[in-house]
Write a protein that binds this ligand. Sequence first.
Ligand SMILES: [Zn+2]
Length: 320
Amino acid sequence: MSLKVVFLGTSSAIPVSHRNFPAIAVIRKDEVILVDCGEGAQRQMAVAKIGFCRKMKILITHLHGDHVGGLPGLLQTMSMLKRKRRLQVYGPKGIVGFIKSFLKYLKVELGYELEINEVREGLVVKEKEYEIYAKRTIHSMKGYSFLIKELPRPGRFNVERAKELGVPKGPLWHMLQEGKKVIVNGKVVEPEMVLGPPRPGRMIGFSGDTVAYKSLSSFFKNVDLLVFESTYSEKDVERARENMHSTSVDAAKIASEANAKMLALVHLSARYNDPTTIRLEALKHHNNVIVPEDYDVIEVPYPDSNEGFRVYSLKEFLKA
Ligand SMILES: [Zn+2]
C-alpha cells in the first residue's frame, strides 16, 4: 500500500513564483492528511487533483498566517462541492477560535461536520492502522511538530505452512492474514502458526516552524522521511536564531541524530533563488537530502522492503 507525500507548497512567509505557502498532502489509502494549509493550498490541491470530498484530516503546526491562510477558502470550497464527510482539524490552542471567527464573519454555513481539536503533546490521533503524535516546537508562537506513525503490519503469510496444516486457499487464508484463527478438519489453526513476525510500518515527521532543539531527534527517532524546515541557509544562521527558525545544517543534524532515512527541506526563505547551497550544506551532515520543489512527490517505502524512496514529478503522480 503506497504512502505518498505531495509537496503542495514549500515557501516560507513570502511566496515566490515557483514556491507557494506551506501545505503538504500525505496520501495513504483513501485518506489525505494535509499538513498546514497556507494561502492558495486549495488551488495547489486542485492542480494535484487531491480531491476535496475524500476522507481528510488537516494538521496545523501553528497559527502564523503562512500556515493557515488557506483554511477559509478550502473549508468553503469543500462545502460548495457538497462535501458530506466529516473533516477533522488538529492544531494548537486558538485554532477553534480562529476557524469559528472566520466562518462567522464570512457567513459560511458548512454542509459537513467540522471537528476541530486543540492538541497537546503526545498522542493526538489514534486510527486502526496509524497514529499521530505531537511535540511542542520552539518558535515565536505556540506550535507543534507532528509524527505520523503506521502501526506494525501482520507478518508475512507462509503459504507452505498453511498448506501443510491443510488450510485450503481462499477465505480461510484471508482470515489468517487478518489475524483471525480458523478451524480446519476440527483443528484450530492460530494466525501465529502461519504468519511471520509483525512487520514495521512507516513513519513521517513534520517539524513545523521551529528552532532545531535537541529532543526533536528523539521525537523523530527512526522516521523514514523527515520533513524539516530550513528557512535559512547556514550562512544566515544568525538570522535563523533571531527569528526562531532552523538552518539546513540544524535540520540535517536532527535528521542524522534521529536516524531518519531521508530528509526533505521545506519552508525556504524567498531570499534563496537556488536551493543548491542549502542542500549541499545539509549533505555534510546527512547522506540523503532533498529540497523538493512545489508539486514534487515522494513515495515512502516500507522499512523492510527492498525498494528505495521514489521521487517524482506531478506529471507522473497524475498518471499513476
Ligand atoms: Zn512559517
